[in-house]
Write a protein that binds this ligand. Sequence first.
Ligand code: S3P
Length: 435
Amino acid sequence: MKLILSKASKIRGEIKVSGDKSITHRGLIVGSIAEGITILKDYSTCDDCMATMEIMKKLGTNILKNKATIRIEGKGLHGLKEPDDILDCKNSGTSMRLLSGLLSGQNFFSVLTGDSSLLKRPMKRIIEPLRLMGAKISGRENDQYAPLTIKGGNLKAIDYKLKVASAQVKSAILLASLYVEGNTSVTEPSQSRDHTERILNLYGAKIESSKDKITLKDKNKLKGKEISIPGDISSAAFFLVLASIIKGSRLLIKNVGINPTRTGILEVLKTMGADISIKIERNKNYEPVADLIVKASKLKSIKIFGEVIPKVIDELPILAVAATQAEGVTEIKDAHELRVKETDRIYAIAAGLKKMGAKIEEKPDGLIIEGPSTLKGNICESFNDHRIGMALAIAGVLAEGKTQLLESECIDVSFPEFTSILRRLCGADHVYETN
Ligand code: S3P
């Protein structure tokens, strides 16, 4: 499938982005090992979350999905069963890494696999701590890559220092810690998203977090809950940038999750001069949520590095698009992790934007982008990476002439509603799909 895009004029109106992908994964996993019923409202229907859902079913959980809700009949901490077959995480790193932790706590054998992209992503980072805890876990090429085989059970507590700020690795360790005697701690080099800590606390566990150390203190029985999942700020990011750039735009984005470990995009865009206001805030205990209003404004360059990087890691491709329209030289540093996402995102976004006429230079750990430049439509590859695809689609509606985005179906991996929202905002002549 191809997405054809051309320059749009002002963006006005109101949108609601779909449920947060990270929280939906965690709701499916924690709901399955809790006692009683969990209801997930406003969940994400994206391919990644559906991969986790199918795996939880293969592990014995009854899960009923309808349009409005997912209903999970929790099996309790020790109720999962050995799957009959290998478990396919498809494109989803979150599924593979979180489930490795969960499966390390299970006294049975399982195998996790994924698509060609996931089979190239680093897995030693989870194998190391989970093995220290006592899991028998191995991977291909000397434990670097999946498929992973896991025989869990008999785990012990560890005090582990993460080498990279990764919520997926932290969460794998915390999920495995539900199955150990004693308290496991994880120390992060800088803070990553804390959705696992929040959902475990909500379900009745006790997690203490100091600045950089997280300790699972009490593994009380987890109790099923009804939870509403906030809109995904990583999905909202594409429209925050779009409406900031196109003159005369004003957009209301309703019900967006504003967990402080995820709002780096708001900080960065505001520093660049974006006009974003938080209208109504609610739901403070579990995950904070707000309506955001964004109006067009003149953007200026910025340096993005250090502690903010884990808080904007998924938004860096769309921030690179924003930087092409900002006055001055934007520098992104300390973002080596971007090279090991669904594709090498430093290479992929530089390649796409360069083709469209941007002044963008790759660095080992980031990008240098000189703006503003007039983007010109071209044939661009998504590299089968959802966030590269969506970032280049936004570039496509900012550019002169026509852009063809190849393999645009990858967008469904995180945000299946993206194209229809973009089409509604920009007009059907400016955004359409063809084969
Ligand atoms: C995620 C954590 C991040 C992020 C990914 C989702 C999560 O990955 O990039 O999209 O839900 O825990 P890392 O843990 O590799 O930083």
